[in-house]
Design a binder for this molecule. Structure first.
Ligand code: HEC
Ligand code: HEC
Length: 408
C-alpha cells in the first residue's frame, strides 16, 4: 500500500514530464458524426452500366466507410499531427490540391502533384507511375511515406489510434470489436475511397437516359444517342473529344481515363525524363509500349476543379493543357505513338508503322512527327465547355465525404 502511494505521484510526474518533453502532437477535437450512419452505397448502374455489387454488399460497408471518413480527415494519421489525407486531397477541389506539389508533415514537398480522387474504386493502377494496383494496401502507403505522413511503421499508428477514445466505438461498429488493427485501418480507408463514386456531372445526366449496357460514346457519334442535356458547345466538345481531337484514344471509357489502366508519355518535355527527372533511354517498360517515362492517364472527371495539371502540376489552366495538345507536343523517342501524326502516312507504309501498343513485338517507325491539332478558337471553346461539363457538384458537396472534425 505504502509503496503504491509513493509510486502514484512519481508515475504521474513522470507522465507529465514525458508529455512536456516529447513531441506528442495536440490532437484534433472529436469528430462530429450523424446519429444514424448514412448509406455509402451509390447506385451507379443507371448511369454507366457499371455497378460494384461485391464491394457495396460487403457486411458493415457503411460503418467501415464512416470510420474511413474519420481516418481520412484525421491529422493524427501523420506522425506529428500536422497533416491528414485531406490536407492534400481537398473535397472542394475534387480531392486534389490546388498546388503543383503538396507539403507533407515536415513542410517538405511531395515529388508529384497530388492526384485527385474520382471513382478510386474502379481504377486498376494507382499513383502517376501506377506503382500500386491494390487499393486496400495503397491507402496506407501515404502514412508510411516519410514526406507525406511520416509514421515509421503502421504498428505505431495502431498505438496512436488506441489512445484516441473516439475510435473505439467506430471500430466496434465497423468490425465487431474496438481493436484498431492495420488490416482494419486499410479496410476502412479503402472502403471510404470505394464509396467515393462521382457520376452526377452534366455529361452523366445527359448520357443517362440513353444508357444501355455499356458506356458507348460511339452511340453519340453515330446519332443513336442524343445528348439532350448538353448545350451546342458542350456537345461539339464531346464530339471533338471522342472524334477528331482523339482525346478518347487515351481518356476513353466512363471515367475518361482509358478504363483506369492506361499509361502514356505525352511529350511534355524536350528530353525523355522519367518521373524523378532522370534522363532515360527510349523503349523498355511493361507491355512494350509503356516506357519508364509514361504516366497514368488521369481521369478527367471534375477536371475543372483539379488544377494545376499533369504529374508535376506544370499547367495552371485548362487553356495551358489545350495549348500543349494543340501545338506543344515534343518529339521525344518515348512519345506515345497515339500522339504522332498518323494522318501523314498510310498503312501501306508497312508493318513497321503498326502501333506497338496494340501489336506488341512490332517496331514503331519514329519518323512521324508529333500531331499538331492546331485547335481553332471555336474548337478550343468547345473542348473547354465539354471538360467543364464533367464537374459533379453534388460529389464535392456531399456531406458523407466531408471533414467531420469541427476545426480542420
Ligand atoms: C502530403 C500530401 C499527401 C497526403 C497527406 C496524402 N496524399 Fe495521397 N497523394 C499525394 C500525392 C502527391 C499523390 C501522387 C503521388 C504519386 O503519384 O507519386 C497521391 C496519390 C494518392 C492516390 C492515388 C490516386 C490515383 O488515382 O492514382 C490515392 C488513392 C491517395 N493518394 C490516397 C491518400 C490517402 C488515403 C491518404 C491518407 C492516408 C493520402 N492520400 C494522403 C499526396 C498526399
Ligand atoms: C496518348 C494518350 C493521351 C491522349 C491522346 C490525350 N491525353 Fe490527356 N493525358 C494523358 C496522360 C498520360 C496525362 C498525364 C501526363 C503527365 O502528367 O505526365 C494526361 C493529362 C491530361 C490532362 C490533365 C489532367 C490532370 O488531372 O492533371 C488533361 C486536362 C488532359 N490530359 C486532356 C486531354 C485532352 C483534352 C485531349 C485531347 C485533345 C487529351 N488529353 C489527349 C494521355 C493522353
Amino acid at each position: 500500500m505504502m509503496q503504491n502511494r509513493i509510486f502514484i505521484p512519481v508515475a504521474a510526474a513522470l507522465v507529465l514530464l514525458v508529455a512536456c518533453t516529447s513531441e506528442a502532437p495536440v490532437g484534433p477535437p472529436q469528430p462530429v458524426l450523424p446519429e444514424v450512419t448514412p448509406s455509402y452505397r451509390t447506385a451507379t448502374a443507371a448511369v454507366f452500366g457499371i455497378s460494384f455489387p461485391s464491394e457495396f454488399d460487403a457486411p458493415y460497408f457503411d460503418e467501415r466507410a464512416q470510420l474511413g471518413r474519420v481516418l481520412f480527415h484525421d491529422r493524427m494519421l501523420s506522425q506529428n499531427g500536422a497533416v491528414s489525407c485531406n490536407s492534400c486531397h481537398l473535397q472542394s477541389h475534387g480531392f486534389a490540391e490546388p498546388k503543383a506539389l503538396s507539403t507533407g508533415l515536415r513542410r517538405e514537398l511531395t515529388e508529384r502533384n497530388a492526384s485527385h480522387l474520382a471513382n478510386p474504386g474502379s481504377q486498376f493502377a494507382y499513383f502517376w507511375d501506377g506503382r500500386a494496383n491494390d487499393l486496400t494496401t495503397q491507402v496506407t502507403m501515404p502514412i508510411e511515406n516519410h514526406v507525406e505522413m511520416g509514421f515509421r511503421s503502421l504498428d505505431d499508428l495502431v498505438l496512436r489510434l488506441d489512445q484516441l477514445d473516439y475510435y473505439a466505438p467506430l471500430f466496434e461498429a465497423a468490425f465487431g470489436d474496438a481493436e484498431p488493427r492495420v488490416d482494419r485501418i486499410q479496410e476502412a480507408l479503402s472502403t471510404f475511397l470505394r464509396s467515393m463514386v462521382t457520376c452526377n456531372s452534366k455529361v452523366d445526366q445527359a448520357v443517362a437516359p440513353a444508357m444501355q449496357e455499356f458506356w458507348n460514346p460511339w452511340g453519340v457519334m453515330d446519332g443513336s444517342i442524343t445528348l439532350d442535356g448538353l448545350n451546342a458547345l458542350e456537345r461539339q466538345g464531346f464530339e471533338l473529344f471522342h472524334g477528331e481531337a482523339q482525346c478518347a484514344n487515351c481518356h476513353g471509357g466512363p471515367h475518361f481515363n482509358g478504363w483506369g489502366m492506361d499509361f502514356a508519355d505525352i511529350g511534355l518535355d524536350a528530353e525523355s525524363v522519367n518521373s524523378s527527372g532522370t534522363l532515360v533511354n527510349a523503349g523498355g517498360g511493361f507491355f512494350g509500349g509503356w516506357g519508364p517515362t509514361a504516366m497514368k492517364v488521369p481521369s478527367l472527371r471534375n477536371v475543372a476543379l483539379t488544377a494545376p495539371y499533369m504529374h508535376d502540376g506544370r499547367f495552371a489552366t485548362l487553356d495551358d493543357v489545350l495549348d500543349h495538345y494543340s501545338h506543344g507536343i515534343q518529339d521525344v523517342p518515348t512519345l506515345d505513338p497515339r500522339l504522332r501524326d498518323w494522318g501523314q502516312t498510310t498503312i501501306t507504309g508497312g508493318p513497321d508503322l503498326i502501333d506497338p501498343i496494340f501489336f506488341p513485338g512490332t517496331e514503331f517507325n519514329g519518323d512521324l512527327p508529333p500531331v499538331r491539332l492546331n485547335f481553332t478558337p471555336q474548337e478550343r471553346l468547345a473542348l473547354k465547355a465539354f471538360l467543364n461539363s464533367l464537374t459533379d457538384h453534388t460529389f464535392v458537396q456531399d456531406a458523407r465525404f466531408s471533414n467531420p472534425f469541427t476545426t480542420p
